[in-house]
Write a protein that binds this ligand. Structure first.
Ligand code: ATP
Length: 236
């Protein structure tokens, strides 16, 4: 289980997060909803060890502390981030990108088994194994980015705005794929502007406003709440 207790982040004098507490268990999808600038990316970056601000509070994975660890150590603890904007290597093939994801020690030994499991889950990646990523559609590139993170053999997968720039059709396909990831036993912590889609697949959600958690609720409860609908679902 990934747990945060009283996580606060400041960028210079600006306090971006103020005492954020949340958790994600394996086998569940958790979404963080919030307006632009609420601090959603800062939560994921802090966990991943790539936040440029001053981070305080407690963060742990299965009881082991994460605060202050460099990014590769966080990955070794089983927490992988798919950053906003994907971060794939455009000039490499799909297979090369995926294999780069298997670099952490926890993944090296089982790289082939992880690869086989991944392409079992996403057969399209296997069909495109030799293709240069640059020539793929936005949705396909997003799947490569997710696949690469999964090659690190994570327990919890974190995704920052995965549907950004994707068509509604590709976004729906992507979210169906995330359900498959959950069914494979991973936990997912998701930051997403598309509240309708994300609440549609999530088990639980947190509302983040001005760096503070306002509410934590089951996703279906949030989806049918008029206040949430007005704020995040365009009124319907
Ligand atoms: P969005 O949905 O627009 O991406 P967000 O909820 O992910 O927003 P963050 O990117 O976490 O928000 O930013 C939270 C606040 O921290 C914002 O006010 C932002 O301007 C500020 N911030 C983020 N990164 C930095 C940084 N590297 N230096 C200074 N301020 C930053």
């Amino acid at each position: 289980m990934l747990e945060l207790h009283g996580l606060s982040v400041t960028y210079g004098k600006h306090r971006a997060l103020d005492g954020v507490s949340l958790y994600t268990k394996p086998g569940e999808i958790v979404v963080i909803l919030g307006a632009n600038g609420a601090g959603k990316s800062t939560v994921l970056k802090s966990i991943a060890g790539i936040c440029e601000g001053r981070v305080t509070g407690a963060m742990s994975m299965n009881g082991e502390g994460l605060l202050g660890l460099p990014p590769h150590k966080v990955v070794e603890r089983g927490v992988a981030l798919v950053p906003e904007g994907r971060g794939v290597f455009a000039d490499l093939s799909v297979r090369e990108n995926l294999m780069l994801g298997a670099n952490p020690e926890r993944a090296r030994e089982d790289a082939q088994a992880n690869y086989d499991r991944l392409i079992g889950l996403f057969p399209k990646l296997a069909e495109r194994a030799g293709q240069t990523v640059r020539t793929m559609s936005g949705g396909e590139q997003q799947m490569v980015a997710i696949g690469r993170a999964m090659m690190s053999n994570p327990t919890i997968l974190m995704l920052d705005e995965p549907s950004l720039g994707l068509s509604p059709l590709l976004s729906r396909e992507l979210f169906q794929n995330l359900k498959a990831v959950r069914e494979a036993g991973l936990g997912i912590l998701l930051v997403e502007q598309n509240a309708r889609l994300s609440l549609g697949i999530a088990d639980r959600g947190y509302l983040l406003e001005n760096g503070e958690i306002l509410r934590e609720e089951r996703a279906d409860v949030l989806r049918s709440d008029p206040a949430v609908q007005a704020a995040y679902l365009g009124g319907g």
